[in-house]
Design a protein around this ligand. Structure first.
Ligand SMILES: [Mn+2]
Length: 404
């Protein structure tokens, strides 16, 4: 299909609700039922298309009246996957901006072509994002302002009452975000849909992970990240982005195992935490994976090992900085090394086809560049679409099981 021209993109971003260009070419849109049988010749797509959750009256060929995720006009009530946007990044230590991630990815998602070579017609299931909550964005700004002097000082100084007050304010804000996400997630899960989080910093999905861990005891987490995020409160902040998996592994007994991939910036105490976990935390360091590749191991073999370390039910936590930094130059803490896009897609496909069930996911730390440079968002939107495809594929044939 033809790509949109720059001017189309521009006019779209300035007035996104007014007769924006048609989302899909006509060939895809006439009659979804017959489309299902027409695509059945491709085995992977047939599996996905076998159980579409397409809302009645949805016409992807019509000019959109709203600006839904991926340009689809699907309400959260009709969607099989509902994204909870979390515009919060009070504790990002190096460079703020991921609070704008949800808006940025939403905008870039309009440009994503919806047929997926790996996962088929993902969009058929209905994909939607809740409105970006202005109250959380405002809370992020005020918490960020409170956190700033503490971050500048390199962390809360013991006995510094101003720092202590700031930390208390930031922690309270983070807890409000956690409770908000938990509440929204519970609502989505209760009606049998799949819930996902779009951050925001990496602390954003805690409420979702907590909700899923109580519903799927023993579930594993596949974390793709440059950082281990296993710090026991970072700079004094209990709910720091750098502490999320410390919090998850110490507060959520429902999480059976954490499998980390792409880690290449890690503290001594984080390594110790993983080593003392008796296998509950399994780390695939980026450098170790590369060394094995240099010695002849294939990426496919390494992916199999990663996937086999995971239990039957899996949550995927995707920090965009797990990717090579040229794919996310404006994220909070970019680090050299990391996964390529193709390596990521292969890993997700191996997970999806391994017989495991992906029960939810998040994408965090995507930040826009200066003056609307939309590269980070473009990558983020595509990763989000792949995560959706991976999740749906893993659940195909188990629609009944998706009820809980
Ligand atoms: Mn992270």
């Amino acid at each position: 299909m033809p790509r949109r021209t720059k001017s189309q993109i521009k006019s779209h971003t300035t007035s996104r609700t007014k007769n924006r260009p048609t989302r899909r070419p006509t060939s895809q849109t006439k009659n979804r039922t017959s489309k299902t049988s027409r695509t059945a010749s491709r085995p992977d797509r047939a599996r996905v298309a076998a159980a579409p959750v397409v809302p009645a009256g949805f016409d992807p060929d019509a000019a959109a009246t709203g600006a839904g995720l991926f340009g689809l006009d699907v309400t959260p009530e009709d969607a099989a996957i509902v994204v909870i946007p979390v515009p919060f990044d009070a504790t990002t230590s190096y460079r703020p901006g991921t609070a704008n991630g949800p808006d940025h990815v939403l905008e870039a998602s309009m440009q994503v072509d919806l047929e997926d070579l790996q996962f088929g017609a993902i969009w058929r299931y209905g994909l939607a994002m809740l409105p970006v909550p202005k109250a959380i964005a405002a809370l992020s700004r005020s918490a960020r302002a409170a956190a700033e002097p503490v971050i500048r000082a390199g962390g809360a100084e013991p006995g510094n009452r101003r720092h202590a007050a700031a930390v208390a304010k930031v922690n309270a804000a983070s807890e409000r975000v956690r409770d908000h996400v938990s509440r929204e997630a519970s609502r989505i899960l209760d009606r049998g849909a799949i819930a996902a989080v779009l951050g925001g910093d990496h602390a954003s999905p805690y409420g979702l992970i907590a909700e899923l861990a109580s519903r799927h005891p023993g579930m594993g987490i596949l974390q793709i990240d440059a950082h281990a995020d296993l710090r026991d409160s970072f700079e004094g902040f209990a709910w720091s982005h750098a502490s999320i998996f410390h919090n998850v592994m110490t507060r959520l007994p429902g999480v059976g195992r954490l499998v980390q991939v792409g880690i290449r910036d890690v503290g001594a105490r984080e390594i110790e935490f993983a080593e003392r976990s008796r296998g509950r935390v399994r780390v695939f360091h980026d450098q170790r994976l590369r060394e094995r590749q240099f010695g002849g191991a294939t990426w496919g073999a390494l992916c199999r090992e990663i996937v086999e370390a995971l239990p039957r039910e899996v949550y995927v936590s995707f920090d965009i900085d797990g990717l090579s930094p040229e794919l996310c130059p404006h994220t909070g803490t970019p680090v050299p090394g990391g996964l390529s896009f193709a390596e990521t897609c292969h890993l997700l496909e191996m997970l999806a086809t391994s017989g495991r069930r992906v029960v939810g996911f998040d994408l965090c730390e995507v930040a826009p560049g200066p003056r609307g440079v939309d590269w980070d968002g473009s990558v983020g939107a595509r990763v989000l679409y792949k995560l959706m495809g991976c999740t749906l594929r893993s659940q195909v044939g188990r629609r009944g099981a998706r009820r809980r």
